[in-house]
Write a protein that binds this ligand. Structure first.
Ligand SMILES: [Zn+2]
Length: 305
């Protein structure tokens, strides 16, 4: 838990705002495209600033950073593919050293995330990190019913889990290529996504194989560092995809004093009063962004109930 007061963090964030918006325009974006005359569609997501912000104020070991980076690009791709208006949460849960990793977001691709560690990391692959476990995808639309999909952790990595998810839930062939570049100063992640359109003809399968072969030539370096137009032209210049307007990906926590108040109001008031009397103040730290919300006796007394 950090000791930095909330006020200081708010100031730092607001100062950084114009620059991060600029960076987002360059790098934190999701591109969608459909291949003309081929029964497939694709997406490319590249993140930098928003990933740095997810890691801010957390001391994650390198393999956990990698896992969160992959989970973040995967969540952005799922959000753009599943098309809903509302919130999404993609969680990994298991009995391994990383007991829990989550990215929460919404259809505006405003994302936040965290991981919880419970043991020593020996090997860095997905199964060694999460252990026996599963991936839970929850979509809470603004209107309509909540949807939850659960996938066993199959395959060797997160990309294969997502591929298995689409195969199971929508019977759609899907392929993902992911890359990360992590350092204490700067972090980047990117993913390329390819999916067969639900036409189900023999030709679709051939189209998919053809585009899989082309996409498979992508190098991590290209995925992370080339701008989207250059990369898509390099990979698919003969396939002539129609590219839709891109969408910004950003970090947004969404925590607030009001939400924290609401959470406190649902707790037993006499216990809160007891706690604030002995401690002078109740500090509630946001686990995602480490913002601290402090409640003194007067604030606790004002809570309803
Ligand atoms: Zn927060």
């Amino acid at each position: 838990m950090t000791d930095s007061p909330t006020k200081k963090q708010t100031q730092t964030q607001s100062h950084a705002q114009p620059r991060s918006q600029q960076n987002e325009q360059q790098s934190d974006r999701l591109h969608r495209y459909v291949f003309n005359e081929l029964d497939c569609r694709g997406e490319l997501v590249q993140i930098n600033q928003s990933l740095n912000q997810i890691f801010e104020n957390h001391q994650y070991p390198q393999p956990v950073k990698r896992l969160l980076a992959e989970l973040m690009v995967a969540t952005a791709l799922l959000t753009a593919t599943l098309k809903f208006e509302g919130d999404i949460s993609v969680q990994l849960q298991g009995d391994g050293p990383v007991s829990y990793a989550v990215i929460n977001g919404n259809n505006k691709l405003e994302l936040r995330g965290l991981a919880k560690l419970q043991g020593e990391i020996v090997n860095e692959d997905l199964h060694s990190l999460i252990g026996h476990g599963h991936m839970v995808i929850t979509i809470t639309p603004d209107k309509g019913e909540r949807y939850q999909g659960i996938v066993q952790l199959e395959g060797d990595n997160l990309a294969q889990c997502i591929e298995a998810y689409f195969k199971q839930s929508e019977q759609l062939e899907t392929k993902l290529w992911m890359a990360c570049e992590l350092s204490p100063e700067n972090n980047k992640a990117a993913a390329l996504f390819l999916q067969i359109l639900p036409a189900n003809t023999t030709r679709s399968e051939e189209d998919f194989q053809h585009l899989t072969a082309l996409s498979g030539t992508v190098k991590d370096e290209e995925l992370l560092h080339l701008d989207a137009n250059t990369l898509l032209t390099r990979l698919y210049h003969q396939e002539n995809p129609t590219i839709y307007p891109s969408q910004a990906v950003s970090f947004k926590c969404g925590c607030s004093r009001e939400k924290t108040e609401a959470a406190l109001a649902s707790m037993v008031k006499s216990e809160l009063l007891e706690q604030v009397e002995s401690q002078g103040v109740i500090n509630v730290d946001c686990q995602f962004c480490q913002s601290r919300f402090a409640f003194d006796m007067a604030a606790i007394k004002k809570l309803p109930g």
